[in-house]
Unconditional design. Structure first.
Length: 374
């Protein structure tokens, strides 16, 4: 079985670099945070990429996730992936699945920890529209089958927006009992994704309830499901959705973001204001050891005394949640936070049941359908 659930639930125990290996892409996804498509004019050379792998290992990173753009569009992806494995680091590849069949032999030899494929719709019309490529839906389903046939761990990532959040139940039906791990995350307004397609806070809570009820209904063996770092935090009613314990945003701590030209951020979802250096002009160890802590600590503590987070008793533990999500949604006053949304939705204490989800799945389904999907 794919170990995505294990990887993410132990997220803070490892140090992982998420590498935008190239900006070149053969999709035109609506929600692409990096506006991928054309290659950057100054992307790292093969020699620079191989050196970076060694530097990451030297700096204590034990995992690298190659993503894009589309990582398989770089001619040297296999050479760099081999070096990652040679350094005994965990290798994950995030792909749109369009050209997987051309690389199966090399993937089988590499035996990555996981190949993560995007599935953003339960039907071809939705997925293909979101991905901007006709036929993408059937190609990703074919890629899943091909990877599983070769016993290569495979997972699915669904990015939720107003275009597809009502299809989650149908996507779930495609994945149950297929040994496919599933990560659900929300699309945020960075890159080319428009703000008007971001799900509302009520819809966000509905998706969280969907994840929670699915976790209760199905075992990990039946459906290894996890909510991404954006789904939190410290709900009064819902169980943890995957990241436990949440100890604050890990950008620049256990997580590192690398752009294809060598720029270094704490996380790729953060704006370019958070570029802390470039490996062509500053050593990676210098960027990591001397530039991150102060700036990211300032942003974690930089909370307006009048907003919700400042008055929340969980602030010291939560530290205002995911920094990338908070900045993209400008949501300090009305955060995409389960606890904050509950306080607004149920401020009259008329929550339709008293106990947690483990004994009241039917009530959650009712609330999800009547309140959020009407």
């Amino acid at each position: 079985m794919s170990n995505l659930h294990y990887q993410l639930s132990n997220f803070f125990k490892h140090k992982c670099a998420v590498w935008e290996f190239t900006l070149k892409c053969n999709s035109k996804c609506i929600h692409c945070g990096s506006s991928a498509g054309k290659i950057r004019s100054n992307e790292l050379s093969t020699e620079e990429a191989l050196l970076l792998v060694n530097d990451l290992r030297s700096c204590g990173y034990d995992g690298i996730a190659l993503m894009g753009g589309e990582p398989f569009l770089r001619d040297d992806w296999y050479e760099v992936a081999q070096e990652i494995k040679k350094q005994k680091m965990k290798l994950t590849i995030v792909s749109n699945g369009l050209v997987i069949k051309n690389h199966l032999t090399k993937l089988k030899e590499l035996q990555p920890e996981c190949v993560s494929l995007s599935l953003d719709g339960a039907i071809p019309e939705t997925h293909d529209y979101i991905r901007g490529i006709k036929g993408a839906y059937y190609k990703v389903l074919e890629s899943i089958k091909l990877l599983q046939k070769e016993n290569i761990p495979v997972s699915v990532i669904t990015t939720v927006s107003k275009l597809n959040f009502k299809e989650l139940k149908l996507i779930r039906a495609l994945l149950i009992n297929r040994k496919i791990a599933w990560q659900i995350q929300i699309a945020i307004p960075i890159g080319r994704f428009p703000r008007d397609l971001v799900i509302s806070r009520k819809e966000f809570y509905g998706v969280a309830m969907f994840i929670a009820s699915s976790l209760q209904k199905y075992s990990i063996k039946e459906l290894p499901l996890i909510g991404a770092h954006c789904f939190g935090y410290f709900s009064n009613f819902l169980p943890e959705l995957g990241l436990e314990p949440w100890i604050g945003c890990q950008a620049g701590k256990s997580v590192l973001g690398i752009q294809s030209n060598g720029n270094i951020k704490g996380c790729l979802t953060l704006p370019d204001d958070f570029i802390e250096g470039n490996i062509r002009t500053t050593t990676l160890s210098n960027i990591i050891n001397y530039r991150f802590d102060l700036k990211y600590a300032q942003y974690s503590e930089k909370i307006d005394l009048k907003n919700y987070c400042a008055t929340c008793k969980m602030f010291k533990k939560c530290k205002a949640g995911c920094l990338g999500t908070r900045l993209a949604l400008n949501s300090s006053d009305n955060p995409y936070c389960l606890r904050a949304i509950e306080n607004e939705l149920f401020k009259n204490k008329s929550f339709p049941f008293r106990w947690k989800i483990d004994s009241k799945i039917s009530n959650y389904k009712y609330l999800y359908q009547k309140l959020l999907l009407k």
